[in-house]
Design a protein around this ligand. Structure first.
Ligand SMILES: Nc1ncnc2c1ncn2[C@@H]1O[C@H](COP(=O)(O)OP(=O)(O)OP(=O)(O)O)[C@@H](O)[C@H]1O
Length: 370
C-alpha cells in the first residue's frame, strides 16, 4: 500500500458536518439588513401583537432560509409566547400537508395522513394556540412548490384569515420564495390580507462569497488541505451560479474526491470533477418545482428538440389531454425561466412559436427528470 494511501480512520475533514445542507452556520454574514428587517417584523409578537407578514425572496442559495432560522432561534431566547414553525413546501405541498406539519410541530404528535379533514386539523391547531395564548409564525419555505397547483393561495388564505373565524387567533406568515425567474402572483384575496414586508436577498458579491467559503474551508478541513487554486475555483463556480449551496456542496464533494484519490490536498481537478455533480443541483431543484404536466412537456422537448411545435403539441395533448392554451402557457413559462428557448417573434402569432429547444443540456434535463 502506498504511503500516501489514506486509511479508514484518516480524513481530510476536521469537521465535515458543517458542509451538510441542514447545518445552521454560526458564521452568517453579509445579511445584516435582511436580518434586521426580519427582527422588526417579528418584534410585535413579543408584546402579544400579530407580527408583520414577510415576503422573503431572492435567487437560490442566497441565505434566505438560514436568515429566517437564525432570527427564529434568536427570538426563542426571548419569549415562550411565540411558536415558530418552518414548513418545507417541497415536501409538504398541499394545504393538508402544511397544516399537518404545523400540528405535528406544535403538539409533537403526527396526525393520521387520512381520515381527518383539513378543517378538523386546522381547528385543533387554532384551539392549541388560543388555549396556550400563543402567537404562531409560519415560515413557508420554498413556497414556489405550492404555486403550480394553486395550493399557495389556499394555504395562505386559510392561515391569514383564521382570526376572522376564530377571534383572537394570531398567525403570521413568512413566505420564502426561491426566485428562479418563474413569474408568480398571489390571488387578490390573499394579497389583501398578506400585505407583507418585502425582504430581498440579492446574489452575493465575489468578495462576500470568498469570505464565506474561506470560513467553511477553515472549519471543515484540516489546515492547508484545500489549495488556494482549488479555493479560487470553488469561489468562481459560486460566482457563476450565484448559489452558495453549490459552493458548499463542491467543497464536500471535492474533499471526498481527493480522499478517493488518496491525496492529502484538494486540487483544482477535484473541484472540477465535483462540479459535474454539483452543477445539476440547480437545474434539478428548478425542475422539481414544475408541475407534472410541465415536466411532461419538458421531457418531450429534451428527448427530441427537432420536433416542430405542431408535433410537440400533438404528443403533449396525447399524454395529458390538455389544449393549446395551456400548452402555450407552459411553453412561455419555461421560456421565461430559461429552461427552454422559444422564438416568439413570428408576426401576428402572439404567444405562438415554431421553435422550441432546451437551454440546458438535454441529457442533464433528462437526468433531473428521472
Ligand atoms: N451569509 C452566509 N454565511 C454563511 N453561510 C451561508 C450564507 N448564506 C448562505 N449560506 C449557506 O448557503 C447554503 C444555502 O443557504 P440557504 O438555504 O439559506 O439559501 P436559500 O436562499 O434559502 O436557498 P433556496 O432558495 O435555494 O432555498 C446553506 O448551507 C447556508 O448555510
Amino acid at each position: 500500500m502506498s504511503k500516501d494511501m489514506l486509511l479508514w480512520d484518516e480524513t481530510l475533514f476536521s469537521n465535515g458536518e458543517i458542509l451538510e445542507f441542514d447545518y445552521l452556520p454560526d458564521y452568517f454574514v453579509h445579511r445584516d439588513s435582511q436580518m434586521q428587517s426580519l427582527r422588526f417584523s417579528l418584534k410585535p409578537a413579543l408584546r402579544g401583537m400579530r407580527p408583520v407578514n414577510c415576503l422573503v425572496k431572492g435567487p437560490p442559495g442566497t441565505g434566505k432560509t438560514t436568515a429566517v432560522m437564525k432570527v427564529f432561534n434568536e427570538m426563542k431566547e426571548y419569549t415562550d409566547n411565540v411558536v415558530f414553525v418552518k414548513v418545507n413546501c417541497q415536501m409538504d405541498s398541499t394545504r393538508f400537508a402544511v397544516v399537518s406539519r404545523i400540528y405535528e410541530q406544535l403538539v409533537h404528535i403526527t396526525p393520521p395522513s387520512s381520515g381527518v379533514a383539513f378543517r378538523r386539523l386546522f381547528e385543533k391547531v387554532i384551539k392549541y394556540l388560543l388555549d396556550a395564548n400563543k402567537t404562531l409564525v409560519v415560515a413557508l419555505d420554498d413556497i414556489n412548490y405550492l404555486f403550480p397547483e394553486g395550493h399557495a393561495d389556499e394555504v395562505m388564505y386559510s392561515l391569514l384569515r383564521a382570526h376572522e373565524q376564530y377571534p383572537g387567533a394570531r398567525i403570521s406568515i413568512i413566505a420564502i420564495i426561491s426566485d428562479v425567474g418563474i413569474p408568480y402572483r398571489f390571488d387578490p384575496r390573499v394579497g389583501s390580507v398578506f400585505l407583507p414586508e418585502e425582504i430581498a436577498f440579492p446574489r452575493y458579491e465575489s468578495d462576500e462569497i470568498g469570505d464565506i467559503i474561506d470560513n467553511r474551508i477553515r472549519h471543515a478541513f484540516f489546515q492547508d488541505v484545500v489549495s488556494s487554486e482549488a479555493r479560487d475555483k470553488v469561489v468562481s463556480y459560486v460566482d457563476m451560479t450565484g448559489d452558495l449551496r453549490i459552493g458548499i456542496d463542491l467543497l464536500k464533494r471535492s474533499g471526498l474526491n481527493a480522499e478517493r484519490r488518496a491525496r492529502r490536498t484538494v486540487s483544482v481537478e477535484d473541484v472540477e470533477k465535483a462540479y459535474e455533480a454539483s452543477r445539476l443541483l440547480h437545474l434539478c431543484r428548478n425542475i422539481k418545482s414544475l408541475s407534472d404536466h410541465e415536466k411532461t412537456l419538458l421531457r418531450l422537448i429534451a428527448k427530441d428538440s427537432s420536433l416542430q411545435t405542431g408535433e410537440l403539441y400533438k404528443a403533449f395533448h396525447e399524454i395529458t389531454g390538455l389544449g393549446y392554451t395551456r400548452f402555450y402557457e407552459i411553453i412561455e413559462k419555461m421560456h421565461v425561466s430559461r429552461l427552454i428557448n422559444a422564438d416568439f417573434s413570428g408576426k401576428g402569432m402572439r404567444g405562438r412559436t415554431r421553435y422550441v429547444e432546451p437551454v440546458p443540456d438535454s441529457k442533464d434535463i433528462l437526468k433531473c427528470l428521472e
